[in-house]
Design a protein around this ligand. Structure first.
Ligand SMILES: Nc1ncnc2c1ncn2[C@@H]1O[C@H](COP(=O)(O)OP(=O)(O)OP(=O)(O)O)[C@@H](O)[C@H]1O
Ligand SMILES: [Mg+2]
Length: 353
């Protein structure tokens, strides 16, 4: 049995909203799992059921081999960081961070040592004697993170803990959470709607949509072999290019609608209407490429650039090098890297090759 198991877990709110749809998920001890999905897909509700803050309407939560479905949060040994930080306003930062240890009955010396250590790591030392109201939103969020991470519970549950931080701090905090995780190996479930943050942090990403799990896998797998068009589009910035067309009877070539030339497939796909998916970095400018079009937007992004090309098969985004000239208005030809062509069923959206 895995360390955490969600078995057919469901949440239907009293008003009839189906927030989580009988999901199954197994998490190994020490894993850092990121629940990723758009707003309203059920991430927070799933996490709250794991914590015991929300009652499941069906299914089970197993934690460390115990059925905790009906246990209150206090009996689950979870460390929780909320989407909206909730610090105790009458306590100083130091007291806030020490609070979980005090509740656990840790002796004073141990508390001080642990608070010092986490405050150092999160650069909170200058703020230790302030009250929360004298802190910026970002600082309060870091204190909330410190308060959760000062203790070693069986599992950390984090709901968009970096939400209000600015970009630099987010990167720093991601690094902190990741290094902490690698050091202590406390099983962690982390919620975000930011796919880049998910990629940066996760051992495995669990992509959710409308209360269902669409795919669970390591970041590279979710990115390179998305289970569906939804995942292909949601993960990656920009998402995967999609071309309408159909797979031939042998299943070895994709015929884009509106193009004379077919695209050979490295892996066979079922015959019929489909979409060809290709990541922008695997669609290359190549004078001999089969797809022609005009560059309508050329975005310079520092490390690379994104060319938006209006072609016979629709708008495609091609990733180019930073040193290439601005090509707006130019006519270009595009070749697709056959190894990285993906095929999705037109009706179900599921990947077939
Ligand atoms: N107490 C509630 N009563 C009724 N519906 C609710 C309740 N809490 C959440 N919902 C609904 O359940 C669905 C899932 O909500 P949830 O908060 O889990 O989404 P989320 O993925 O965390 O979204 P976000 O990224 O915006 O935080 C949404 O449709 C939401 O409106
Ligand atoms: Mg949420």
């Amino acid at each position: 049995m895995s360390f955490v198991e969600l078995q057919g877990l469901e949440k239907v709110f009293p008003d009839g909203t189906r927030a989580v749809n009988r999901i199954d998920l197994a998490i190994e001890e020490g894993e850092l799992i990121v629940l990723l999905g758009p707003s309203g897909c059920g991430k927070t509700t799933t996490l709250r059921m794991l914590a015991g803050l929300e009652r499941a309407t069906a299914g089970k939560v197993m934690l460390g081999g115990r059925d905790v479905t009906d246990l209150p949060p206090s009996r689950r040994d979870v460390g929780f960081v909320f989407q909206f930080y909730a610090l105790y306003p009458h306590m100083t930062v130091r007291e806030n961070i020490a609070f979980p240890l005090e509740c656990a009955g840790a002796p004073r010396g141990e508390r001080e040592h642990a608070v010092q250590r986490v405050a150092e790591r999160l650069e909170l030392e200058p703020l230790l004697d302030r009250k929360p109201r004298a802190l910026s939103g970002g600082d309060q969020q870091r204190v909330a993170l410190a308060r959760a991470m000062v203790r070693r519970p069986a599992i950390y549950l984090m709901d968009e803990p970096l939400g209000t931080l600015d970009a630099d701090r987010r990167l720093e905090m991601c690094e902190f959470i990741r290094s902490q995780q690698q050091e202590l190996r406390v099983t962690t479930v982390y919620v975000t709607h930011d796919q880049e943050e998910a990629m940066r942090l996760a051992d495995r990403i669990v992509v959710m949509s409308e209360g269902d799990i669409m795919q669970a896998g390591p970041p590279a797998e979710v990115y390179d072999q998305p289970a569906s068009r939804f995942v292909a589009n949601f993960v990656g910035s920009p998402g995967m290019n999609m071309i309408f067309g159909s797979v031939d009877t042998e299943g070895r070539a994709f015929q884009p609608d509106g193009l004379d030339v077919a695209v050979p497939l490295a892996a066979p796909a079922p015959h019929g209407p489909a979409r060809l998916g290709i990541r922008p970095e695997f669609a290359r400018l190549d004078a001999d490429g089969p797809i022609r079009g005009d560059v309508v937007v050329d975005e310079y992004l520092g490390a690379d650039r994104c060319l938006h090309v209006q072609t016979e098969v629709g708008r495609l985004i091609v990733r180019g090098g930073p040193d290439e000239p601005d090509r707006v208005g130019a006519t270009v030809a595009i070749a697709l890297d056959p190894e990285h062509v993906r095929v999705f069923d037109a009706a179900t959206g599921l990947r077939t090759a």
